[in-house]
Each structure stands twice: as structure tokens, then as C-alpha cells.
Design a protein. Structure first.
Length: 226
């Protein structure tokens, strides 16, 4: 649900933090200030992350005008109090508006993701990659490692560059300033190398796999619409 005429920068900074309480907020604010200093203008917080206040404080302290930064937040899965939660997010951030508001976990009927992606891109609707750098299964793949050496880049940079070649928005987590710089400075991959990465698709899920009972967070794949 977009709310402004701002265009969404294709590279953003994630707003999730692994800690809790005040420690989480303090750490988040530090790396968010670093990201803003290094050119990021797209920030990805969420109500459930507990870092919205840190995001607002970092933007104010950065001195960068609010309208120059694309900020969105997310509605938790238990979305029975939508307007109340939107207002709570705005209060946490200290803002009067969000550039976009998303459902954090949009449970839905099954759909064919690639077909959906191709269709919505025709209408200038952006696709955002979840966990864009994948896991070590992807980052340590011999093809990715070989390309990283070829471009004098990290495996993560190669993967993010592949996403950008497909006009997919990436919001990698980056609490380290050097990694923030790496993720914001990506190589342009040659067509033959993009084809090599495309060929890695094995039809396997690498995130949120089902447990021994076939459940993800207590729900079946069918219930989740996956």
C-alpha cells in the first residue's frame, strides 16, 4: 500500500535486530546512522522488529530530510487492529506518514511466483526479495564462489547484483559499516554469468523449510498457500 510519490530505491537496509529491548534499539540506531551516512535511502523496519523508534531517531539525527528517505513498516500477521497498529508504528517512528505499509506475512492462496513477478513488473510494481543473499547453500555454491573471484567481489555482492539485474528490490541486513558499503556497491554481471546463476535453480526451498511434521511455524505448507 504505497502512500507517497517517492520512488523506492532498489537497495535498502534491513531494520531487524537480533537483540531485545533497549539494547536492540541502541544497536539498531548505530548501524542505521551508518547506513544513512553511506548513502542508503530506503529503510525496512517492522512493528514486530521493535526498532521503529530507533529508525525515527536515526533519520532525525542524520539531518537528512524525511522526504528524501523511503520508509515503510509492516502489519503483523495477527492483523485484526490495522488502523491502531498503523498509528502505533507512526508514533514509534515519530513520523506523520509512511511511504509504504506492508502485510508482514501475507497468507494467501497458492500462486506461481515467477509468473506473478513477470506480470506485476509490467505494471511497475516492485518485487522485494526475502533473505536476498540466501544461506550458505547459495553463498558457498561453486558457481557463486567462482564469480566472486572473477569480479573481485564477495558471494553476497554477486547474489545481490543478480537480483538487481532482474529489477528485484533487495534489503540485506547490514550491521557492519564495511558490509553496508559492499552491499551498496555492486558489480554489473555479464549476461553469460547471469545465465549461470539462473541455471542454479533446483526447485528447493532454502528458507522456512517444513519441520519433520511438514509444518512451518505450526502451519502446513498448504495452509500458508506455498
Amino acid at each position: 500500500m504505497p502512500n507517497s510519490a517517492n520512488s523506492c530505491p532498489i537497495i535498502g537496509i534491513g531494520g531487524w535486530a537480533p537483540d531485545f529491548g533497549e539494547e536492540r534499539a541502541a544497536k539498531a540506531k548505530k548501524w542505521l546512522l551508518s547506513a544513512l551516512k553511506n548513502g542508503y535511502r530506503h529503510i525496512d523496519p517492522a512493528y514486530s522488529y521493535g526498532t521503529e523508534k530507533a529508525v525515527g531517531e536515526a533519520i532525525i539525527e542524520s539531518g537528512i530530510p524525511r522526504e528524501d528517505i523511503f520508509v515503510f513498516s509492516k502489519l503483523p500477521s495477527h492483523h485484526g487492529r490495522v488502523l491502531e497498529l498503523i498509528q502505533e508504528s507512526l508514533d514509534n517512528l515519530g513520523f506523520k506518514w509512511l511511504d509504504m505499509y506492508l502485510m508482514h506475512w501475507p497468507f494467501s492462496a497458492p500462486y506461481e511466483l515467477e509468473g506473478l513477478k513477470l506480470n506485476i513488473l509490467k505494471h511497475d510494481i516492485a518485487v522485494v526479495a526475502y533473505n536476498p543473499s540466501g544461506t550458505d547453500i547459495v553463498r558457498k555454491d561453486p558457481v557463486i564462489v567462482e564469480l566472486a573471484a572473477k569480479y573481485n567481489a564477495t558471494p553476497t555482492q554477486i547474489i545481490l547484483a543478480w537480483h538487481l539485474s532482474r529489477n528485484v528490490v533487495v534489503i540485506p541486513k547490514g550491521t557492519n559499516e564495511e558490509r553496508q558499503k559492499e552491499n551498496h556497491n555492486l558489480p554489473t554481471l555479464e549476461e553469460e554469468d547471469l545465465k549461470k546463476i539462473n541455471a542454479l535453480d533446483r526447485g528447493q526451498r532454502i528458507c522456512n523449510k517444513g519441520d519433520e511434521n511438514g509444518l512451518v511455524y505450526g502451519m502446513s505448507i498448504e495452509d500458508l498457500g506455498w
